[in-house]
Ligand binder design. Sequence first.
Ligand code: EPU
Length: 335
Amino acid sequence: MPIAFTDQSLQHCNTLGLPAQALVAVLDDEAAIPGLCQERGVPIFILGGGSNVVMQSHVQHRVLRVALRGIRLWQETADHWIVEAAAGESWHGFVTHCLDQGWPGLENLALIPGTVGAAPVQNIGAYGLELDQRLHSVVAWDLQAGQERTLLPSDCGFAYRDSVFKRAGAGRWLIVRVRFALPKTWLPRLDYPDLRDHPSLLGAAPMPRRIYEAVCDVRRRKLPDPAVLGNAGSFFKNPVVDAARAVALTQRFPDLRHYPQADGRVKLAAGWLIEQAGWKGRRLGPVGMHERQALVLVNHGGAQAADVQALAQAVRQSVRERFGVDLEQEPVVLD
Ligand code: EPU
């Protein structure tokens, strides 16, 4: 049976809560994918949890909501559990399930909104761990070639908040399952100061469950819950500048939050830049930058995509004027 797209509202399918109308279909069976590959015409946008997207009111793309489910221990080697999850599983649910089964290793990535299938697209990362450090492989359909492929991490073009699925491969790859290699010799990842200094971890053995709970606690304190206040997490990437530029900036702004990278370049904290530019807790129409984390753009109610883009542009301009740094938007635009 060919998959049917029908006109639907997507307002409850994006965490910013923007009103949007599109032709939508739900994919809950892998058997329907070959039929999709044969369809030509209006391009398809693949939607997971809608937590990293700015939706226009009238979406031209056809939208495929991925609802494939299932989690299993795919393989066990001497050193690793290889766990496979279907793309439509909730990311946080998957992290919790792995911990319950005694397969730790993803706890630093607890409570990130969205689905398993979306996780490799932006190479999710938080509290000292990036997805590519735990990824085994991605099973995806190449919709252009009409065949299923298994991609290794080296095929995925991972970088900070980036992958081949987000760039050239957008609209080409339909991720159906993702496999993670979780080391049997578990080591805590406590590089991130807020985590290392968390009261529940001080003086205690850093067990996976404790780290999981500390990460959830830090996130709940810093970041707004999209179910309460619409948002798409960090709205901009942390900009990376060359070393000479970073030196010049720290001379002018001694408090600048900056992190040297392995390649010699320096990552700047966009939240700090935005706060210093005067946008923390400030509103423009129905949207604003969050009062506890200036990097998060929030919908105070009734916003449309145009309101979001107006604020994003105003923030970028302020940061450019004050620091000479360009901010790059993180969520993708669905038009
Ligand atoms: N800061 C400010 N003012 C602010 C926000 C931050 O001065 O309003 C300063 C903080 O004091 C800190 C620095 O900026 O010194 C970094 O802030 P934070 O630790 O909150 O992390 P971030 O760089 O703003 C990144 C990710 C988050 C992730 C955290 C923790 C990006 C774009 N964002 O934020 O990811 O949770 O690190 O690892 O890389 C997300 O993508 O939605 C997300 C929340």
